[in-house]
Design a protein around this ligand. Sequence first.
Ligand SMILES: Nc1ncnc2c1ncn2[C@@H]1O[C@H](COP(=O)(O)OP(=O)(O)OP(=O)(O)O)[C@@H](O)[C@H]1O
Length: 494
Amino acid sequence: MSADRAAPARASSPQAREQFEQLLTACRGDGALVEWPHAGIAGGAPCGDLVRIAVRCAGETVEEVGFTASGCGAARACAAATVELAEGRPLLEVAKLGASDIAAYVGGLSPGKWHGAALAADALHRALGMALAAGAVAHPQRSGRVVVAFSGGVDSTVAAYLAAQSGKEVVAVTLELWADPATDPERSCCSPRAVLRARGLAHTLGLPHFTLDLRQRFSAQVVSPFLRLHDAGRTPNPCVVCNGQVRFDALIAATHALGAERLLTGHYARLADDGEGLLLRRASDPCKDQSYMLARLEPALLERLEFPLGSLEKTQVREIARAAALPVAERPESQDLCFVAGLGTRSFLRRHAASSLRRGKFVTRDGREVGEHDGHQLYTVGQRRGLGVAMGYPAYVVAKDPQRNRVVLGTRDELWARRVYLDRDLILHRAPQRVRAVQLRYRQRPLPCVLVEDEDRAWLELAQPALAPAPGQTACLLDGELVVGAATIAGWEK
Ligand SMILES: Nc1ncnc2c1ncn2[C@@H]1O[C@H](COP(=O)(O)OP(=O)(O)OP(=O)(O)O)[C@@H](O)[C@H]1O
């Protein structure tokens, strides 16, 4: 199989033209499975060509494939070719098919017609992803088969490479979570463009690839709460929620359906058994540690997970990628939340929550008005930059009052917390006495603490003060390097 990104073949020979014409006239599968639910659609208004490919899977096989296609002849011929290439074949072989395979089958395509093959491949892969997500695929468990959560960045690519090098049979799965034209497609790991890039890369590496379209779930369970929590004056951690409630559930279900033993990701985290069972453990590289982002994973899931990069440093990961000539070796790090990539949180809120942003007052603790802002949602506790208010001293956001749309400014000294209150969403995987430290923000050093609970609430007594814990952020509860629980920060006092 060749990659989607290979140079377009040219239709030149008489044989190629004959193959193309035959596909156009014979068209096995044309109009078949019209009502079938696992149908992917690609193309549409912007290009005028529309390809719909439907699949009926049974067990490990793509039993039947149907299509409808409108627009240019190439789109139709490529859709028909997809039926010929996929029908009756093992699902994991079909998952390796790319546009170049389809283009080759029709006898080659000129660059202007390559589009038809790309649409057919995309529609096919959307259909396969739907069948997988709907539970229409069932492989018996195969020893040595693993699924890699494949964003197409350097980390997940190296995770896949290491697994393949150690003799594992690797299946790549990419999640499509968000489609907003304003998001930078180069920097987002989960946009439609990122999915195409990841699929092309997986095929280049010879891996079967599946796309799970979780856009609706992501919007309902991650983005909507993200906006609501900002309205409520909080600074949420959508990645923690996404990992805990969306990503890993879907990926583990796919792992099971594809007959894989384990799900591997490129997260920098480790697993450890403390005698009571598996827990997450911080990565050996403290600068890259991502256990905080995984703090809400159910311990029961951990048995099916592996983090091949947990004991490596990022520089080592890049070295491995370079030595293996992986085409992503120099790909830059993703910095932002995936759905605000290239926009930043403030612009994202301006774009998606404009109606709830209203002008309001900056005030001091004693209620003195010192300036105006564009909406309390755009500020976070501990923020210093971008306030646009001259106070005569370095001013920080020390609190927010969402009801009155006020942002309270003060000095850095006012931001030191000794007691951090937790929401009722506290989860503990071990006895409360095992909570010995807390990480209050991603990329922040853990601080020693004890967990205290009474009938009404729970809080952390910190052994040393923390600067600006933001309500809404996750408190990742630690015993040494082990994650023993998590909660959302409700508030704090000195
Ligand atoms: N859209 C996605 N589909 C599938 N898996 C994903 C996706 N986004 C992230 N992941 C998985 O989560 C891991 C950590 O994601 P994170 O957003 O931190 O990206 P990253 O550190 O830039 O990793 P990478 O270099 O692999 O993109 C990735 O290595 C990958 O295994």
